[in-house]
Design a protein around this ligand. Sequence first.
Ligand code: PMP
Length: 361
Amino acid sequence: MSGPERITPRDDLKALEGYHSPQLDVSVRLNTNESPFAPPAGFVDAWLAELGAAQLHRYPDRAARALRSAIGESIGQAPVRVFCANGSNEVLQTLLLTYGGVGRRAAIFEPTYALHAHIATITGTEVVVGERRADFSIDPDGARALVDEQQPAIAFVCSPNNPTGTVEPAATIEALLDADHRCLVVVDEAYGEFAPWSALELVRDERALVVVRTYSKVWSMAALRLGFAVAPSWVVEELEKVVLPYHLASATQIAGRLALELADEMDGRVQRLVAERERVATELAQVDGVTVFPSGANFLLFSPAGDGHERWQQMVDQGVLVRDFSRWPRLDGCLRVTIGTPAENDAFVAALRNSLQEVAV
Ligand code: PMP
């Protein structure tokens, strides 16, 4: 090798792969579960006006007080139970840096959001895997037994689960909280607004329960990177010690607070996306050779006849990008489609039907 000798990363990171979600240049992008709608009219102007008046030569409010108060008020929780970060991924990372680490474990229930295991590994946390049932739900007794046996510091429950869409009942969360071994139960509700119930109301200081939410989906702010945890105040205190000082830019703090003023409009968007989800699910169920799984999120997991990856490629060739899970363990042949605008959803169903006709020929 010419030039300086390469320095190798940590031994335990050798097998690590980057995050795989190809961003192809197609007209219909239904692969990353964002909102299909831009922020409502007036939002960007209001945001820029406040940003213009902000003291940009000073560091942002380290405690994000105004934002945490606004979020707390919107969900009926005290601001001391709210922790904000750059997307819910940074919230998850901070939880793992604080409560995971070398010599500690995190439990996950597969198949689930890949970043739980990925960030755990990066923080040196050992991952222990529980299996979901055939319908992708978690068996509460099995989950509790796993926690008692493996003694993780954190147990992750993704609900609605990405990529399956499965909504866990409260009984699963209660079972984990009731395990003899005490761990932090982290419910990742990145898609919580689309589901019939939320664990937010279960959070209180006496319980080792954390609920994680994001502005990347319903709130149309994926580009601004904002997520938050609702957690006992003793957890929030620890997270604040671990996260980098001034990590949350003023631009993000202002945007998050202003967005909450649009709650009614956002509720309307959620209703429309949920109605579209049900329409698309019904249409998919009527297509020969397609199995579609129940979802409480803004996406649907489905399995088309034939080779899943080929179906994915044929849809890409028609300008429709969905997420390819067909080669993933436990998701053999499955693809995931984000619910978009009615026109995008129609384009997706048409592209899928075309690709299936090619199989039939
Ligand atoms: N959790 C889940 C389950 C997700 O699907 C995502 C986004 N794909 C995230 C967390 C992270 O979202 P963000 O960092 O944009 O808030």
